[in-house]
Structure formats: C-alpha cells, structure tokens
Design a protein around this ligand. Structure first.
Ligand code: R2B
Ligand code: URA
Length: 315
C-alpha cells in the first residue's frame, strides 16, 4: 500500500510492502519514468553515462557500513573468501569521482559505505535502490554491518537485530514529507536474522545474540551519554533510560537501523542489521578499547556475513 498523506498533522502508518514476486527491487516513484536520464549524483553514476545492468546486474548481496575504510577492507576480505582475487590488484572504488560514498564490487557482492546517521544512509539508500532497479537486479539481500553501543551485553557481542526501534522504543521510522509525518514500519527479515544466528553458531569466535536495536539521531545526548559537550540529565536518569531500553528488548544502540529497515521494507529488499557492541553502556560512555581489540571487534560482523554469503553460494 502506498504511503498515505493526511491534511492534518496526524501521522499515518504505512502497510507492509510485500517482496516483489519476481524478486526485483521495487521503486515506488511514478516520476522516475519521465526522466530522460537518472543521475545518481552522490554515487557519480547515471543511466546514460554508465551501463548499469552490465556493471551491477549480477549483484546478489549488498553489505553497507559507516566507514569507507571498513567497507574497502570488507570488499578485500570477501574477494579472498570467495576466491575471486585471481592475482588482481586492490579493489577499486566505483564512486571515487563523487567523493561521498565508497563502493566496491567483488563478484555478486557490493560493499558500500554510508557515513554516519540517518540522513547520510538515507541518501545512499535512495540511490542504491534506484541503482539495483536500473540494473535489473533480482533477489538481492542487503545487510548493514556496523558498530554500536551495547545495552547490558558484553563488549564484542554481535547483535543481529530483531526489530529496529526509535528513541521511544517504537518499531517505526518517521519520515517528514512536505511538512507531514509519514510513519514507516521498521520490520526486518526474520528468516534472514535466523539464518545469520545459525551461521554465528558455527563460529565460536563470534558471540552473537538477537535483540532490538535502538536507532538515535545523535551519538551523545541522543544516546544518553554523559560525556558530550552538553548534558542536561543525571547519571541516575541515564541509567533509568537504559534500563527502560533493556526492558523493551533493546540490546544495542546505533544511528541508522530504523531508516535502513524502513526503506528496505518499502522496496522489497530482504534486509538485516548486524552490529558489534563496542562497549556496555551501563558501564561506560567513552570508547577507549585498544586499537587491536577494536579491529578484532569490527571484523566480527564481516566474518559472520561472509560465512552467510558463502553458505548461500554453496562454498
Ligand atoms: C555506529 O557508529 C557510528 C557512531 O560512532 C554510527 O554511524 C553508528 O550507527
Ligand atoms: N556507535 C554508536 O552509535 N554508539 C555507540 O555507543 C558506539 C558506536
């Protein structure tokens, strides 16, 4: 069902969008058909300047994460894991010209950075969804691999998101369109989450759980940190909020999952969120783990997702 806009300021919940029957990525914008050319500005790609079906038609897995360095490392890692290295040089950033996001393609796997926060990932996803549509990709699975703050869990634990929730623990994402609020569902693919948890069980090096992921608009005040430039609450109030989050099933906090879930859901992409917890927020706000440990933790979602992709490809 298409999003409904009301004349009042009352938000309206949109219905679940079913996966498309033939597995294609569904863009829901009638205006696109009248464009002579679709320029994917922040990718530095376009329907006239690039042969998108040829470049991307075989993509089956898209992995997205905040940092460009991490997504390059993931592309290199997956290249080796899928035996696609073949004496090849370094992986190449397809979006280098636009200098906003990094994108690497290794066989059927696309690895893209999305920056930090909802606005940044949302712009990337608009262009990615159109890219997959123009390239006529089918049966694509998308996974966000990232970092997060843990809520009552051991640092290093990987959280496979059950439901992405907002700062009020609601399973929804509010998009403001023409001055009105549209509420979108943040449901993720339960089957995919289950398959990922099963993959984690095959690797004792990857402690993983499922839980709700809270997505905020800010890293400091928005996540109840006491160490930002401003703070209006006490330690007790912070702990009370985190306890409420925990009671609502929240096991980690990050900054992109709600809009990621909502947009993937709308266009029929099978989606999951896999984030490692860098700290336990009941114990600290500052991230002070040594570099080596940070690298080790950051690799856990990558290793888990690589295991899943290899399983899907029968490797
Ligand atoms: C996790 O880490 C980033 C903030 O440090 C943010 O992008 C997120 O979701
Ligand atoms: N990313 C976040 O958004 N929060 C944290 O606490 C750690 C990483």
């Amino acid at each position: 069902m298409a999003p409904i806009l009301t004349n009042s300021n009352q938000p309206v919940v949109t219905e679940r969008s079913p996966y498309t029957e033939n597995g294609t990525v569904c863009v829901k914008n009638p205006h696109l058909d009248s464009l002579d050319e679709d320029v994917l500005y922040h990718f530095g790609l376009g329907t006239k300047t690039h042969n998108l079906p040829q470049m991307f038609g075989d993509v089956k897995f898209v992995c997205v994460g905040g940092s460009s360095k991490r997504m390059k490392a993931f592309a290199q890692f997956i290249q080796e894991e899928l035996n696609l290295k073949d004496g090849r040089r370094e992986v190449e950033n397809i979006c280098a010209g636009a200098d906003r996001y990094s994108m690497y393609k290794t066989g059927p796997v696309l690895s893209i950075s999305h920056g930090m926060g909802i606005p940044s990932i949302s712009i990337m996803l608009h262009e990615l969804i159109k890219l997959l549509h123009h390239a006529r990709c089918r049966n694509v699975t998308i996974i966000r691999i990232g970092t997060s703050g843990g809520v009552g869990i051991e640092p290093g634990t990987v959280v496979i998101t059950d439901t992405a929730v907002d700062s009020f623990f609601r399973p929804q994402f509010e998009q403001v369109v023409l001055g009105k609020v549209i509420i979108r569902s943040t449901k993720l693919d339960k089957e995919l989450a289950k398959e990922l948890i099963n993959c984690s069980k095959m690797d004792p090096e990857i402690p993983a759980i499922t839980g709700n992921t809270m997505c905020t608009y800010d890293f400091y005040e928005g996540q109840g940190r006491l160490d930002g430039a401003f703070c209006t609450f006490s330690t007790e109030e912070k702990l009370e909020y985190l306890t409420e989050a925990y009671t609502n099933g929240v096991r980690n906090i990050e900054m992109e999952s709600t809009v990621f879930a909502a947009m993937c859901h709308l266009c029929g992409l099978k989606a999951a969120v896999v984030c490692v917890a860098l700290i336990n927020r009941f114990e600290s706000d500052q991230i002070t783990i040594p570099y080596e440990k940070l690298m080790q933790f950051e690799q856990r979602p990558q290793h888990l997702v690589s295991r899943y992709i290899k399983k899907c490809l029968g490797l």
